[in-house]
Design a protein. Structure first.
Ligand SMILES: [Ca+2]
Length: 148
């Protein structure tokens, strides 16, 4: 029987870099139709903005999944993922600047596990909508200890 580890990020405490148009907790509520959205009118520069989940303990992180808002427009989200054991020093474990146009779902299995308690999604760019960038937003972020 295959064993699949649970999503470590589900319902864990979240902090974000910016005022929220929709709450940060929407980013790990288990529902890909609910969004965290930064309040783009409250920040001087839209990007970068970050969303950080506290897993509550140090885990051997091996895989993440990241869902964005449904997007049929040209362009793509740019982001990086970093982890920390103390919420002070972060180490980047992945970055994307070349996702497929309109990509809504990203998945990454790390070459080897990385120890981390805090996992941060930093959005560095967004698809264009009518000549302007989307406000920073994610639909769901999931973290796993194994590769399944
Ligand atoms: Ca959600």
């Amino acid at each position: 029987m295959l064993f699949r580890s649970s999503n470590l990020a589900l319902h864990k405490p979240v902090t974000t870099s910016a005022a929220e148009e929709r709450p940060g907790s929407n980013g790990n509520d288990g529902d890909t139709s609910t969004l965290w959205v930064a309040d783009g009118q409250a920040v001087t520069n839209l990007f970068p903005q970050w969303w950080t989940v506290d897993l509550g303990d140090v885990y051997d992180i091996r895989k993440y999944e990241l869902f964005f808002e449904e997007d049929k427009l040209p362009g793509f989200w740019k982001y990086n993922i970093s982890v920390s054991t103390d919420n002070k020093t972060y180490t980047e474990i992945d970055q994307k600047n070349d996702s497929k146009d309109g990509s809504r779902y990203e998945e990454k299995v790390l070459p080897e596990a990385v120890k981390g308690r805090y996992v941060r999604v930093t959005l560095t760019g967004a698809p264009e909508f009518e000549g302007a960038d989307y406000w920073p937003a994610i639909a769901e972020f999931k973290v796993y200890e194994d590769t399944q």
